[in-house]
Design a protein around this ligand. Structure first.
Ligand SMILES: Cc1ncc(COP(=O)(O)O)c(C=O)c1O
Length: 461
């Protein structure tokens, strides 16, 4: 009988050490760095970033030959499965026969715009770019151009990409005052901080108070309708409706950043799930099952503030709506449109979420599963409710990180950071589900008994 390969991250460590020579921090995006002051990396052979070799369907393989059932899914874009044939065969055809970029409009662009319009309740009009960061940057510019005001209200713990206008209070220290914008990066001009108001998510009173105080300066309220960058935290009942009404009362635009939720929690995203229409919404990630494309969509009258004339907002980009990515969007939305994928995801997630909860209960581990089918997170906490960034401060992240490392050994990959989500895709099979639940049981049990240290940032060799 073939001997089971023992788990090792030796090659990931080697690659990471080499990467440090040529790349600051050894990664091309901060979210890939698992050595992190808040969520320390555990394990005897700690790699600071995992290096993957390939991914197919619901599985991924790292450079040490470890195979994982993938629930990180590239931080959300994979909704059908890695290298999903019905998408990639068309993409390959496009590359081989028809070109990858034109720098002009094309027929497929119109087909996708129409499909988008049908899928998303508020998308009367749509424009494409390449990343979520560009989409939210354009959304803010559009709101400022339309309203003639400059201030943006955002929520603590909500992430909208790396553009300077919104990179505030995404992960402030827990001691940081809730009403002061926390600069998340050096290099952002201090004056921009004066154009940002931050309030806790799901706090009706705090939002209303902040809006009443400065409504004639506020261009937009932007939020992740399901907070997906501090675990997965749904809006309280009525919160999204309340924001829309408040915005309408004070002539403020409501922006839903659906970069994570769009084409993941429902075809029409969180706005379909909760029945609330924003003025503007932004999309990326799952809309093309892993290809780099984003969109800004919204009411026709608001979107008409984009344009080439004086007083209009600029929207441009060499790679915008290139036929390669548009092929991927077209196929992905087509495949998602009949609802079969979302029905499957709902059933898979319900079994996974309730299975983990039941197991934790049996092992007497306090746990709160937060989120919705398609994106959720596990908080090891005694709290009954998690409604905002502050509520996750007492969840036991050390235990989360231990379980995460044990899960890797069991062949299940979730992010090492419990402020990311656990994602599922259509390619996750019943066999994956069975293996995952089994892996969770073993990992929670081992983590509860384990004694190895969770070493802080800076102490890793
Ligand atoms: C809600 C949200 N908005 C915007 C972004 C930025 O997207 P991108 O990384 O494609 O620039 C992200 C990225 O994770 C996100 O989660």
């Amino acid at each position: 009988m073939a001997k089971k390969k023992s788990f090792s991250l030796k090659n990931s460590c080697k690659y990471y050490t080499k990467a440090l020579k040529y790349m600051p921090e050894g990664v091309s995006s901060n979210a890939r760095l698992w050595r992190n002051p808040r969520f320390c990396y555990v394990g005897p052979a700690a790699a600071a970033s995992l290096f993957l070799k390939r991914a197919y369907g619901s599985h991924a393989w790292d450079v040490d030959g470890n195979e994982y059932i993938d629930y990180r899914l590239a931080l959300g874009p994979i909704i059908l499965g890695h290298s999903y044939p019905a998408v990639e065969n068309k993409v390959c055809d496009q590359i081989k026969k028809n070109g990858t970029i034109y720098g002009f409009g094309h027929e497929l662009e119109l087909e996708v715009a129409e499909r988008f319009h049908k899928a998303v309740p508020s998308a009367e009009s749509v424009k494409f770019s390449s990343t979520g960061t560009e989409a939210t940057m354009h959304a803010v510019r559009l709101a400022r151009a339309y309203t003639g005001r400059n201030v943006i209200l955002k929520f603590e713990g909500h992430y909208h990409g790396t553009n300077d206008y919104l990179l505030f209070s995404t992960h402030p220290p827990y001691t940081w005052p809730h009403d002061q914008p926390h600069f998340q990066s050096a290099g952002i001009p201090s004056d921009i901080g004066r154009l940002v108001i931050v309030v806790p998510f799901n706090d009706f009173e705090a939002v209303e108070k902040a809006v009443k105080a400065r409504y004639n300066e506020i261009a937009a309220i932007i939020l992740e309708p399901i907070m997906g960058n501090a675990g997965a935290i749904p809006p309280k009942p009525g919160f999204l409706q309340f924001l829309r009404e408040l915005c309408d009362r004070y002539d403020i635009l409501l922006i839903f950043d659906e970069v994570k939720t769009g084409f993941r929690v429902a075809l029409g995203g969180a706005q379909e799930l909760y029945g609330v229409k924003p003025h503007i919404s932004t999309y990326a990630k799952a809309m093309a099952n892993g290809h780099p494309i984003s969109a800004i969509a919204g009411e026709r009258e608001v979107m008409a503030s984009f344009g080439p004339d004086a007083g209009q907002a600029v929207h441009a980009g060499t790679f915008n709506s290139n036929p390669l990515c548009m092929t991927a969007v077209n196929q992905t939305i087509k495949l998602l449109s009949d609802g079969k994928v979302f029905k499957y995801l709902k059933s898979y997630n319900q079994k996974l979420m309730s299975g983990i909860e039941k197991m934790a209960d049996e092992l007497k581990i306090p746990v709160k599963i937060s989120g919705v089918p398609g994106m959720f997170q596990i908080f090891y906490t005694e709290r009954d409710e998690i409604n905002n960034y502050d509520d996750i401060r007492n969840s036991i992240t050390d235990f989360y990180v231990k379980v995460q490392y044990e899960l890797m050994k069991e062949g299940v990959l979730i992010d090492a950071d419990n402020q990311e989500c656990i994602y599922t895709c259509y390619s996750h099979s019943n066999n994956d589900l069975k293996r995952t639940l089994n892996a969770f049981r073993n990992s929670m049990d081992k983590a509860a008994k384990s004694e190895y240290e969770v070493r802080p940032y800076g102490e890793l060799g």
